[in-house]
Design a protein around this ligand. Structure first.
Ligand SMILES: [Zn+2]
Length: 176
């Protein structure tokens, strides 16, 4: 069963979400052949969902979940199950009150490790001392480059001078 997540803007890793969705599919007897769009939850401890199914063919068929970054995994699992039930044709009146309210038991989700995506590393701001030594190093590197350029120019000028001096000497020797 291939679970296809077309977008994952939640705090959680897509591979773990796929695994959790796969387990939920088994629990409710859904095939999991819908497209899943995962958003970051509007509230940190809240998860909501929406399933587009049946006759609304003009809309992309799939399940959209908004998962709060601090939401307990069991709550996420309950919402996933609720939405998956919609994908297999269940209406709210076909559900138990617990399934309808997303408070049903989900023993298979207990202890499931839903890992967060790694946080992007923040560059540490430069201290005044660090800035001072960086600028000094940059200026020193510039001075070294300019010195190398000046040395090359001087050597080239000396060799040009020697070449013409030798030529002049030849004329003087031959002319006498
Ligand atoms: Zn519903």
């Amino acid at each position: 069963m291939k679970i296809e997540i077309i977008r994952n803007r939640s705090a959680f890793r897509a591979d773990d979400l796929r695994k959790l969705i796969r387990r939920a599919c088994k629990a409710v007897g859904a095939r999991g052949d819908k497209l899943f769009t995962i958003n970051d939850g509007r509230y940190p401890t809240w998860t909501g969902g929406r399933a587009v199914v049946g006759s609304r063919a003009h809309e992309a068929r799939g399940v959209t979940l908004s998962i709060g970054r601090e939401c307990p995994v069991e709550d996420i699992a309950r919402v996933i199950c609720h939405e998956l039930m919609h994908t297999v044709g269940a209406r709210h009146r076909d559900m138990t009150p617990e399934q309808r309210a997303c408070s049903q038991a989900v023993p298979w989700a207990e202890g499931f490790e839903l890992r967060k995506k790694p946080e992007p590393e923040q560059p540490t701001p430069e201290s005044p001392a660090e800035r001072g030594s960086r600028l000094r190093a940059e200026r020193e590197a510039h001075a070294r480059a300019m010195l190398a350029k000046a040395t090359t120019r001087r050597r080239r000028a000396v060799s040009i001078e020697r070449k013409w001096a030798a030529k002049v000497k030849r004329y003087e020797r031959n002319g006498r």
